[in-house]
Design a protein around this ligand. Structure first.
Ligand code: SF4
Length: 345
């Protein structure tokens, strides 16, 4: 296992020119060594734009709830989208939405139905925020495989300032998820207003010590109608360097090339692959709900399958399915229900 020192990570974060090219080349070499020339494809369904949290950088924050055109997808709607993802040949269904208890019944109803649709051979990846351990356990037992819960920033004070939530509680959730046998993804935002370079080093170190399986790096995007709308747009170079440093620090992690990279710089997602990323997400949210899901404001960059496939091919790579499936079906039964994941279908 690689593991860089703090000063190595710090040096990588500021690399430019030939140093940066060398950093990216090493990140690509390590990706190749651990995953071959492949990029894992996910299909995302954005299940609701309602959130009880009030993150200063997010247009779906609680204070905007009244202004936003709210929606909750039903279990049937989710199933229909999952069917489209299956037809596209993708075996990872990412159910993503704001943190709210109001659509959990629909999610809980949909999970076993999605498993049945895929005959059990599907990774069900959730990104639905903080919950009590018992709720995570219930979702796991219904057939959820993996969970994204980004720590966002590892600086406890900055975390509290930006999210009005405690970092400790976020980390408690991540540890509960790991303990319950989920494959877990964390993630950081780079260039947050008030964030230092050392704080990003802390983020990378934290991702290395938590025991997670995935980690993303997103450059800060100032979104309209948020307290940070006038803050400067995040640096793509810093985000890409953080991504590459993460690959060197923990080569075995799944690291996505996120749409925020494209939002902050045209061609940014292709550069994410150049910097060592190995996951891309295709959007399958219906057109109307997609307009309402304001993650980076109304003019967000929506990633379709054709765009992803062209990008991956142009990078000399090929797409592939879930890396967790075989081991999960065989050995990672949910807590207290031995063999259940493999036999739900
Ligand atoms: S970033 Fe996530 S948790 Fe924060 S307000 Fe937006 S949807 Fe909610």
């Amino acid at each position: 296992m690689a593991m860089l020192t703090r000063s190595e990570i710090r040096t990588h974060l500021t690399a430019r020119g030939p140093d940066q090219e060398e950093l990216f080349a090493e990140a690509r070499r390590l990706r190749e060594e651990h995953f071959g020339p492949t990029v894992i494809l996910r299909g995302v369904i954005e299940v609701t734009n309602v959130c009880r949290v009030n993150c200063d950088y997010c247009p779906m924050r609680r204070d905007n709830t009244r202004d936003n055109d709210r929606y909750f997808m039903s279990s049937d709607d989710i199933l229909e989208r999952a069917g489209e993802i299956q037809e596209a040949g993708i075996d990872i269904i990412l159910l993503q939405g704001g943190e709210t208890p109001h659509n959990l019944a629909a999610i809980e109803d949909a999970i076993p139905r999605i498993r049945e649709l895929f005959g059990g051979r599907v990774e069900i990846l959730l990104n639905l925020g903080n919950m009590r351990r018992g709720r995570y356990e219930r979702l796991r037992n219904l057939g959820a495989t993996s969970y994204i819960l980004k720590h966002e920033t590892s600086d406890p004070r900055l975390h509290e300032t930006m999210r009005h939530e405690s970092l400790d509680e976020r980390l408690r959730c991540i540890r509960d998820l790991l303990d319950l046998g989920y494959r877990v993804g964390t993630g950081l935002i780079s260039s947050l207003p008030g964030q230092t370079l050392d704080s990003i080093v802390d983020d990378i170190e934290l991702a290395g010590t938590l025991g997670v399986h995935m980690c993303s790096v997103s450059p800060f995007v100032p979104a309209h109608n948020t307290p940070l709308q006038l803050a400067p747009v995040g640096s793509n170079e810093l985000a890409l360097n953080a991504l590459a440093a993460l690959r060197l620090h923990r080569p075995e992690l799944l690291i996505p090339s996120v749409s925020a990279l494209e939002k902050t710089s045209s061609g940014g997602q292709a550069r994410g692959l150049v910097a060592g990323a190995n996951v891309m997400t295709v959007n399958f949210t219906g057109e109307t709900d997609r307009q309402r899901y304001l993650i980076y404001g109304k003019d967000r960059f929506v990633v379709n399958k054709q765009h992803v496939e062209e990008l991956v091919r142009a990078s000399g790579l090929r797409t592939r399915g879930s890396v967790f499936l075989d081991s999960d079906v065989a050995t990672h039964a949910p807590v207290g229900t031995s063999g259940r994941l493999g036999s739900v279908s």
